[in-house]
Design a binder for this molecule. Sequence first.
Ligand code: ZN
Length: 349
Amino acid sequence: MATGTFKETDIRPSHIMDGQMVHIEADRNRLLQFKDRFEFVACPACAEEMASEAFVKNGLSYVTCKCCETLYINPRPTPEILEYCYSHSEVYDYWNQHVFPAAEEARREKIFQPRAKKVAEFCKRLGINHPALMEVGAAYGTFCEEARRSGVFRRIVAVEPTPALAQTLRDKGFEVAESCVEKVAIENASLDVIVSFEVIEHLFSPRDFFRKCAQMLSPGGILIVTCPNVKGFDILTLRELASSVDHEHLNYFHPSSLSLLAASCGLTPVESFTPGQLDAELVRKAILKGEFDASGQHFLKRVLIDEWDQFGQPFQQFLADHGLSSHLWLVARKNSVSGVRMHRLFIEQ
Ligand SMILES: [Zn+2]
């Protein structure tokens, strides 16, 4: 299930990534000034309220659900605070101006082309022909471009709340809903496929997002989401030191808890898998930088440092193949039962 082998620097050039540190801090401070207005929530996956403290990072409290082991920030910024912070984000500006342009072609080849191919394969496998596709959080439109190039989709709708990005998408010729997905209104929706890459970890209520997607999908249509996997190698090993544990990511699911959430919103999980390529490299980097102490971890030291050239890649492949990478995909299908029932009722009448 690999998406093609690549290194972190291919998709996030290090000299450019270093330049964003000051902006990350500014964004985080902007968020933290609203801390007294943060709200407590139940588990974003199973809705239970019993949770144990996991750790505090950068002034934010992370808790682990006692029922399903989802990790989440609690209390957390409200949707209004999030909207304000994202619309004033320096990091997003920086990515638009520096990271995306510098890494666009590498990201296209290493990330977006395999993604578009994989989404098309799922449609084919599940018998969804000439689907209408919607991408939530379409950003620069690179996935939409690859989806258009595939010729598989009869309609492509890009949902993007950031005005500058929405304009870029319109300039690229896409049908755009300039809105967050919770408020989106699509004419003649009947969507067959909704995709959303690395979005749900940012949301105040992933449940509202899943419900809204289930509402917009045609019966039998599929939702494909990606997000960090809290039970993957780099997050489970590094915990609060993991770079993906940051102030923007409020929710850290794992394959079972994400499936649970989908199922409770009328979506039947079809498949979850973890095609990540970066876990081993991220942990190795943390060890080499002295951020993570692996002095007592002889196995990790052997695989990730001493014999990296021999074991690094196959170890990463093992993680990816066994659901152990920290990059998670879920494919879930809208139940068509209600559709069948409606049909029967109609005939019986
Ligand atoms: Zn839970």
